[in-house]
Design a protein around this ligand. Structure first.
Ligand SMILES: Cc1ncc(COP(=O)(O)O)c(C=O)c1O
Length: 376
């Protein structure tokens, strides 16, 4: 098997699963229970939160465990919107956000918020002057992702933060789901930041939202007031411990990000030699995502043909690939509908090898020729 769909999800690291199993068995008591089993779980949970905070170099009370990227993004955006609605009703985001940000903003529009969806240039990046122009007295939140999940473009988070420093009442959220372990996390530049466990060899259903000390948000759920009353529900202690383990492993790999980038360059050079393949990933982008189009061939045809050969890639992002034919992200970058319909995403991991890239290229070329022959 050649797995090149790591931006959709990653294979859990065995030690992460081991942590989950051990903690599930050893600390099954509910941290809220008054008896000694509960107290033990509570003590252990504190330790886990401490570990995560140390890994991020933030305070323990700034870590809010969630079920993953979608929940973290919803909690950040709706949480800020609802808490600060008396201050203003304007939110700024971009046209290329993940659906968990984009649709959350659309939902807020239905309840009276105004949302500016900043356009992007042909590299998928917002223009800073357009951000500045979009800010009004009503603006309470800017949510701009770090790395785009379809084409890998990197937004200028530091520069956005510099602009927002001049507007003390605006909070800044970034979705760092695709960048964690591939780029340095811009924690110091933002007020809120989302992470998902299953993108970093952790487990599905794990993640957290970083909420900078002093920032207030309304919870999404009512209940037992766990997670500083920001995320009610019995704590997923084993999930949190497995996430801490996955984060530690992921951050240790960060120094090897060049290794993935080298593979990406090899892949891009080889793709450039295949007639009919158009590379849609911008030159300066995250090391692990390569987006390409084969106009005239439906991406699902290509994906199934590759899967038959035990090679796995994606169309668009996994979260939207079943519901939409046309990539909103590619359209926003100015690509024609034909190109926006035929996108294929190849996403690498620290485990991807040069040999796998070579096999992928050979098989891709063969399958393109076969499909074109059938279409003639
Ligand atoms: C950029 C980005 N944000 C958010 C998410 C959602 O994360 P999760 O699957 O953990 O809900 C994804 C998943 O594809 C993503 O790529």
């Amino acid at each position: 098997m050649i797995y090149l769909d790591n931006s959709a999800t990653t294979k859990p690291d065995p030690s992460v699963l081991d942590t989950f199993n051990k903690v599930s068995m050893k600390f099954f008591g509910n941290p809220s229970s008054l008896h000694s089993l509960g107290a033990e779980s509570e003590r252990f949970f504190k330790k886990v939160r401490q570990q995560v905070a140390e890994l991020l170099t933030c305070q323990e009370k700034e870590v809010v465990f969630t079920s993953g990227g979608t929940e973290s993004n919803n909690l950040a955006i709706k949480g800020v919107a609802n808490y600060y609605k008396k201050r203003g009703n304007h939110i700024i985001t971009s046209e290329v956000e993940h659906p968990s940000v984009y649709e959350a903003c659309k939902q807020l529009e239905n309840s009276g918020f105004n949302v500016t969806y900043l356009p992007v240039n042909n590299k998928g990046i917002i223009e800073l002057n357009e951000l500045e122009q979009a800010i009004t007295k009503e603006t309470i939140l800017v949510s701009i992702m770090h790395v785009n999940n379809e084409i890998g473009s990197i937004q200028p988070i530091e520069e956005i933060a510099k602009i927002l420093k001049k507007h003390k009442s605006i909070l800044f959220h970034t979705d760092a789901v695709q960048s964690f372990s591939k780029l340095k996390i811009p924690l110091k530049d933002v007020d809120l930041l989302s992470i998902s466990g299953h993108k970093i060899n952790g487990l599905k259903g794990t993640g957290f939202l970083y909420v900078k000390s002093g920032v207030q948000i309304d919870p999404l759920f009512s209940g037992g007031e766990q997670e500083f009353n920001l995320r009610s529900g019995t704590e997923n202690l084993a999930g949190a411990a497995s996430l801490a383990r996955a984060m530690r492993l992921a951050l240790n790999k960060l120094t090897r990000a060049n290794q993935i980038d080298d593979l990406k360059q090899i892949l891009i050079e080889s793709l450039q030699n295949i007639e009919d393949v158009k590379i849609t990933t911008p030159k300066e982008s995250a090391p692990h995502i390569i987006h390409l189009s084969v106009p005239g061939i439906k991406p699902e045809t290509m994906i199934h043909a590759l899967a038959q050969r035990d090679i796995y890639v994606s169309t668009q992002s996994a979260c939207s690939s079943k519901s939409a034919d046309i990539s909103r992200v590619l359209l926003a970058c100015g690509y024609e509908t034909e190109m926006a319909k035929s996108g294929i995403r190849v996403s690498l991991s620290y485990e991807t090898t040069k040999e796998e890239i070579k096999v992928f290229i050979d098989v891709l070329q063969e399958e393109i020729e076969k499909i074109q022959e059938m279409l003639r």
